[in-house]
Design a protein around this ligand. Structure first.
Ligand code: NAP
Ligand code: MG
Length: 399
């Protein structure tokens, strides 16, 4: 066997649950370990180990990413009442992704993986549209009220020194509803930094859009802080990388997106990102063809698949079935992390390996070797869908 590619610094490897845990081991064994002398710092975030460590392992894995700069994560179960019974959990632990995101103060970017045999629902989209969602505040942390009848609704701010500021929301003539939401300057700045860092890495133009013509103070502040971070920290770096920053109104951004050919990073406020990422994902075809990367304003990154643990496939696998679960997003999580490690440590062989593995996966699909989720969408349809094991072998054969 040819000599394996060596690494300098390790990647933080975060293992997970169910079907993705099964595929995780398989991808490593068949596609990575034969070629790469893999160095990882391993954290087991499978639900059993999170329970055994009272979930301290989740925070430890995030701190390891902060320290080492690059992580790759398998999908994990977010515990709920049903999972508590199923796994006899001591407690309902928070979502590991939320724990990791909070520690890294990061933004999640989702990017579809395109193949020529699957056309996006919007025919003009020839290049991927990446959505960066600001995952803090706005309606997701809002206070809401049913207003029983006529009366005044006010926003009241009481400063730490006791000083008060008030504005009238409405002098209500009848019953109705009211809402108060907030965001933090520092969170918006971190969001802007993560967006510019990601865009420079991927050489993509950045679009940011709000409704600042209507919401002059709230959305106006988003616009102002984005511009401030661009002007003071990223203008020259963007120019050097050929990355443009473009601000527009949210309705204009939507119109341009639908008519355009893609190929940009869309920085979205929390709600816009929630909605637009579902639009982009469904237009792209399959959740299993979507990667996700968490970028911290410090520059640390964590790669993962956008999908979950594919629970129903796992139960069928436990009964002995070779399921046709698509491992492409998991493969791309690994190649993303390896390529980033290669860039940071100046390892051209490792960078080339990551690119070639991606090419091998796409070439297999384009030659008609694919899992069932894609076989349903592909034109021309393949002779038969492959199971996950056959598909991974097909990729390995092309490497
Ligand atoms: P899911 O695991 O993404 O699966 C939803 C459905 O999408 C599956 O039933 C399957 O459809 C299809 N699918 C997703 N990934 C696929 C793949 N790689 N290949 C083929 N089909 C795929 O979402 P979920 O069922 O809502 O959640 C399951 C568990 O994952 C939950 O415990 C949740 O907490 C967790 N989760 C984790 C993350 C994360 O760690 N990032 C994200 C989301 C959810 P068919 O059944 O029709 O084949
Ligand atoms: Mg959504």
């Amino acid at each position: 066997m040819a000599r394996r590619i060596s690494m300098k610094n390790p990647i933080v490897e975060i293992d997970g649950d169910e079907m993705t845990r099964v595929l995780w081991a398989l991808v490593k064994e068949k596609l990575i370990l034969p070629r790469v002398d893999l160095k990882t710092e391993y954290y087991d975030l499978g639900l059993a180990n999170r329970d055994a460590t009272a979930d301290s392992v989740s925070a430890e894995s995030a701190r390891a990413i902060q320290r080492l700069g690059v992580g790759v994560k398998c999908a994990t179960i977010t515990a709920n009442a049903a999972r508590q019974t199923e796994y006899k959990l001591q407690a309902l632990y928070p979502s590991p992704n939320a724990t990791i995101r909070a520690i890294l103060d990061g933004t999640v970017f989702r990017k579809p993986i395109s193949v020529s045999c699957i056309k996006p629902s919007i025919a003009s989209w020839t290049k991927p549209i990446v959505i960066g969602r600001h995952a803090y505040g706005d309606i997701y942390k809002a206070a809401e009220m049913r207003i029983p009848g006529p009366g005044k609704v006010e926003l009241v701010y009481t400063g730490a020194n006791g000083a008060e500021q008030r504005v009238l929301v409405a002098d209500m003539k009848s019953s109705g509803i009211a809402q108060g939401m907030h965001n933090l300057d520092d969170s918006i700045r971190s969001f802007a930094r993560s967006c510019f860092l990601y865009a420079i890495g991927e050489k993509l133009p950045v679009w940011f859009a709000t409704k600042d013509t209507i919401s002059k103070t709230y959305d106006g502040r988003f616009k102002e802080l984005f511009a401030e971070i661009y002007e003071t920290e990223f203008k020259e770096k963007c120019a050097a990388a050929g990355v443009q920053y473009f601000y527009t109104l949210i309705d204009d951004a939507v119109a341009r997106t639908v008519k355009g050919d893609g190929g940009f990073l869309w920085a979205c406020k929390n709600y816009d990102g929630d909605v637009m990422s579902d639009m982009v994902a469904s237009a792209a075809g399959s959740l299993a063809m979507m990667t996700s990367v968490l970028v911290s304003p410090s520059g640390a990154v964590e790669y993962e698949a956008a999908h979950g643990t594919v629970q129903q496939h796992y139960y069928r696998w436990q009964k002995g079935e070779k399921t046709s679960t698509n491992p492409v997003a998991l493969i791309f999580a690994w190649t993303g992390a390896l390529a980033k490690r290669a860039e940071l440590d100046s390892l051209p062989d490792l960078a080339a390996f990551a690119r070639n593995l991606e090419k091998a996966a796409l070439a297999a699909i384009e030659a008609g070797e694919m899992t069932a989720d894609l076989a349903r969408l592909a034109v021309p349809a393949p002779p038969r869908p492959l199971d996950s094991w056959e598909f991974i072998d097909a990729v390995a054969a092309r490497l």
